[in-house]
Design a protein around this ligand. Structure first.
Ligand code: ZN
Length: 241
């Protein structure tokens, strides 16, 4: 009998972890709304007596259709772009056929320990602008995510507005958004365009512009992720022979 013992020699690649590296960062994308709104009241934050509907139905464009469909299409395109950069993407939904309260959506981002929670929306109204919501500083709710959320909102809004060439209406702090107050991770909510603006509506009806919206979102998200402190290095076995 011949006995052969094989000894494997492996190459171990040490990934140092360096500033500006977005590989392995975690982004939770929440395409706003769903097929059917759900008006069941939910507290606007942990322990709150004030309530808001669990999830509203959103707006719509004459040409571009329901907001929740546009948000999802842009969200799925954004998923693919971020993934191509080595970013780990968690989607709150990949279909309209869900029943997800805004607090539940925040819970998904919390569970994922997302570096950034991005809630994609299109606004109602006809303004030729885009803007981004971020949480106000509320003790025990958002005080721990306020600064990073504001920084992310600033970087996102500038990059997105420039990329899609929609005038920049800046940032809007909000204290009453359940999906902010239940979030334990930095969170922003871009209103990417206005669905009753005829030009925005026309643009949002085309796959090309939805792709551009996703690319603009990715540019803003990556700008923010690059500002995060480097992750500790890690070792990875890359080849054995
Ligand atoms: Zn919306």
């Amino acid at each position: 009998m011949i006995c052969i013992t094989a000894f494997l020699i492996c190459t171990i690649f040490i990934h140092p972890g360096f500033a500006g590296d977005v590989t392995g960062r975690i982004v939770c994308i929440d395409p706003g709304h769903q097929n059917q709104g759900n008006s069941t009241p939910e507290p606007i934050g942990p322990g709150a007596t004030q309530t808001k509907p669990c999830v509203s139905s959103g707006t719509s464009g004459a040409l571009s259709g329901p907001e929740h469909v546009v948000n999802l299409d842009v969200g799925l395109r954004l998923h693919d772009i971020l993934t191509s950069h080595g970013i780990i993407v968690v989607m709150t939904r990949t279909t309209g056929n869900v029943d997800l309260c805004n607090s539940t959506r925040a819970g998904i981002a919390n569970m994922a320990k997302a570096d950034l929670f991005v809630r994609l929306h299109c606004n109602s109204g006809s303004s030729n602008s885009c803007f981004t919501l971020y949480p106000t500083n509320i003790p025990e709710w958002t005080d721990d995510i306020y600064e990073e959320s504001l920084k992310a909102a600033q970087l996102f809004q500038t990059a997105y507005s420039q990329y899609v060439d929609i005038p920049d209406a800046g940032l809007t702090p909000r204290s009453d958004i359940s999906g902010f107050n239940w979030s334990d991770v930095p969170v922003i909510l871009p209103e990417m365009l206005h669905m009753q603006n005829p030009n925005h509506d026309l643009l949002a009806s085309t796959p090309d512009f939805r792709q551009k919206m996703a690319e603009g979102c990715a540019a803003g998200i990556i700008e923010y992720l690059k500002t995060l402190p480097p992750k500790p290095g890690y070792a990875r076995i890359s080849m054995c022979y």
